[in-house]
Design a binder for this molecule. Structure first.
Ligand code: KIV
Ligand code: ZN
Length: 497
């Protein structure tokens, strides 16, 4: 019989803090329901005091989700805690996650405070949260760089104050695996009352050790792992759910398991990547496009003789259907619908017809339609732009300036302009700027191919500065100049009206 590890998913809080990954409430509910089906124990749904949008999302997710505990983040501040309790009012199971920085660095520079005062503030926050909910989780921010003796004093004080879960974040991703395990073990051995609470890990990936540190922390006695889908999160990200779950499944000798239905890992990975416009690196463990692709002849030969010669995980166990249908221009509605369902996307008849129409157009240009293409088409359907690209013609070459002529539909009316630039993308953007007369500056511009081959779709991520704010735009198209213009328009569509 295995020991149980609780999975606390923070894709919708730590993950959603990443620039360009913001979701609207409807999208967050879609992710939350997929997390529920996946079998996570706790969903950290947001930081309600941070914005009305976050408050609303926590409230709506609380209504939409039945089994997992819904958790809301706060600082050790009374108003944060009061607002979080209010946002959680509809949750069937609710938890407030409050805390404060405990490293000397945080105490001195962030709070201009003292160790004793920080303990007082931590205790007061936990007691105040307890007046609203029974389940209170305390985080000691930057615990990774907090000395163990002081950390144990903080933890003992908040356990006495009523905390039910103690979160030990390696906020800066600094710890080495053995060091992190010793930290957890130190708390297990030195804190009075620790056996009445659950210890949680929350590791960041700045040195690429988030999963190793999490597994070490579990071996040291932690029984909750804080994770995100695809490892998204602040800076280099958080520990990824799929890596922790599949490490424990692959190493049964550790005697620890989770409630996760691993066959739902690939669909949710794709759902999150598509909704957040955040590509998964091809060589990402478990969910990367190449995670189960054997390219060398020796490996292929070995796998054909016995899959286990080069694979430690059966792809079926993480929801990869090896016999999946390859979609082409000859595929029908049913095949597209099936593929979308496998990928976790449900569309009504009308929406499916629209996606199918675009699918056929794309299939005419590409030999094979991949899962990423299908998700992209489904994602496009969700959008309802105010400004649309009507036509774009660009002439460019070596030794000449590029020229673009462009047509935009704004509220159904067509506007046209022509401009030159130091490349085709620059020319197209200059032409758009002639029509949309605002002071806009492209701050970030990234083009990525989704798959291999010159007939592939290009994904464009763009950040545009307007009126002191940054707006994120995205598009995907087999024509990368068109994708760039569309991403620019996507960002413009997010400007306040
Ligand atoms: O990384 C961190 O310390 C956090 C806390 C707010 C839990 O995200
Ligand atoms: Zn974090």
């Amino acid at each position: 019989m295995s020991d149980r590890l609780f999975i606390f998913d923070t894709t919708l809080r730590d993950g959603e803090q990443v620039p360009g990954c913001q979701l609207n409430t409807v999208e967050k509910i879609e992710v939350a329901k997929a997390l529920e089906e996946l079998g996570v124990d706790v969903i950290e749904a947001g930081f309600p005091v941070s914005s009305p949008g976050d408050f609303k999302s926590v409230e709506e997710i609380s209504k939409a989700v039945t089994w997992p505990t819904i958790c809301a983040l706060t600082r050790a501040v009374e108003n944060d805690i009061r607002v979080a309790a209010d946002a959680l009012k509809y949750a069937k199971r609710k938890r407030i996650h409050t805390g404060i920085g405990t490293s000397d660095m945080h105490i001195k520079y962030k709070f201009n405070s003292t160790r004793e005062e920080i303990i007082e503030r931590a205790v007061a926050a936990v007691k105040y949260a307890k007046s609203f909910v029974e389940d209170v989780q305390f985080y000691a921010e930057d615990a990774g760089r907090t000395d163990n003796e002081y950390l144990a004093r903080v933890v003992e004080a908040v356990v006495k104050a009523g905390a039910t879960v103690i979160n030990i974040p390696d906020t800066t991703g600094y710890c080495l695996p053995w060091e992190f395990r010793e930290k957890i073990q130190y708390l297990v051995e030195h804190v009075d009352g620790i056996h009445n609470v659950v210890i949680a890990t929350h590791c960041h990936n700045d040195l690429g050790m988030a999963t190793a540190n999490t597994i070490s922390g579990i071996m040291g006695g932690a029984r909750q792992a804080e994770v995100t889908i695809n490892g998204i999160g602040e800076r280099a990200g958080n520990t990824s759910l799929e890596e922790v779950v599949m490490t424990l499944r692959s190493h049964k000798e550790l005697g620890i398991d989770t409630n996760i239905n691993s066959r739902r890992i690939t669909p949710i990975s794709r759902l999150v990547s598509s909704l957040m416009n955040m590509p998964v690196q091809p060589n990402k463990a478990i969910v990367g496009r190449n995670a189960f692709a054997h390219s060398s002849g020796i490996h292929q030969d070995g796998v054909l003789k016995n899959r286990e010669s080069y694979e430690i995980i059966d792809p079926n166990d993480v929801g990869i259907d090896e016999n999946s249908i390859v979609l082409t221009a000859r595929s029908g509605h049913a095949a597209l619908k099936h593929r979308l369902q496998v990928l976790g996307v449900e569309l009504d008849r009308e929406a499916l017809d629209k996606v199918y129409e675009n699918f056929l157009k794309l299939a005419d240009r590409k030999k094979e339609i991949t899962d990423d293409d299908v998700l992209m088409l489904a994602g496009e359907h969700r959008e309802n732009h105010r400004i649309k690209l009507d036509f774009l013609q660009v002439s460019s070459g070596v030794g000449i300036r590029s020229v673009a002529s462009i047509g935009l539909l704004i509220a159904g009316e067509r506007f046209e302009a022509c401009a030159s630039g130091n490349g085709p993308v620059d020319a197209a953007i200059n032409a758009i700027k002639i029509i949309i007369r605002r002071q806009m500056l492209v701050k970030e511009f990234l083009i990525q191919a989704i798959n291999k081959g010159s007939n592939d779709m290009g994904k464009v991520h763009m950040t545009v500065e307007y009126d002191g704010q940054h707006y994120y735009g995205f598009s995907a198209n087999t024509d990368i100049i068109a994708a760039s213009a569309e991403a620019f328009i996507d960002a413009i569509n997010k400007f306040p009206v």
